[in-house]
Design a protein around this ligand. Structure first.
Ligand code: URA
Length: 210
């Protein structure tokens, strides 16, 4: 089992993250780095996938060769920033099934409201990796994971780029069974729910919006 929280402190990840945090990094640069970093994070989040052996024939002899066991993975992107992580991960795991969950924050209640949901079938038999670059309050992530559980998912992992202690706590309370993999845990959330020091709005920085 993965630990409840894994911080990927690999030098390449930390170096790329520092450039992404810099407000002077361009949209194109941010996007390219997010894709690169997502490959390295995907390596960690898939570290303990169950394995099996198949019989193959090399040019020299037959052998039992290790392969990933079970149904194709499900990747679920929380719109819209999740798509920045998704693209890179799909390069490593091209056969994965992909789902999308769209949530917005109700201005009155501040609670997440679902506006879009399209998920792969047979989630109960797949390992599901939920991707969202910023684990801030944790409300959207916790709501998305509740939705996945209602849809049958049993074996879920959460992958993000940056996490706030508040979001980690919220996830631990709501979904203690879901391991979190992140590149860094920052100091705190500000009054607007932004991660500090953070990198700003991940969606805006990757899509060049304001
Ligand atoms: N979402 C973001 O994009 N950035 C934050 O700092 C918090 C939530």
């Amino acid at each position: 089992m993965l630990d409840h929280l894994t911080v990927v402190d690999h030098p390449l990840v930390q170096h790329k993250l520092s450039i992404m945090r810099d407000k002077n990094t361009s949209t194109a640069g941010f996007r390219r780095l997010l894709r690169e970093i997502s490959l390295l994070l995907a390596y960690e989040v898939t570290r303990e996938l169950p394995m099996t052996e198949v019989d193959i024939e090399t040019p020299l002899q037959t052998m039992k060769a290790p392969t990933i066991d079970g149904k194709k993975l499900a990747l679920v992107s929380i719109l819209r920033a999740g798509n920045g992580l998704l693209d890179g991960i799909l390069e490593l795991i091209p056969a994965a099934r992909v789902g999308f969950i769209g949530l917005y924050r109700d201005p009155e209640t501040l609670q997440p409201v679902q506006y879009y949901c399209k998920l792969p079938d047979q989630l109960e038999d797949r390992i599901t990796i939920v991707v969202d670059p910023m684990l801030a309050t944790g409300n959207s992530s916790a709501a998305a994971i509740s939705l996945l559980k209602q849809s049958g998912a049993k074996n879920i992992r959460f992958l993000c780029l940056l996490a706030a202690p508040e979001g980690i706590k919220r996830m631990e309370e709501a979904h203690p069974d879901v391991p979190i993999v992140t590149a860094a845990v920052d100091s705190h959330l500000n009054d607007h729910g932004y991660i500090v020091p953070g990198l700003g709005d991940a969606g805006d920085r990757m899509f060049g919006t304001k």
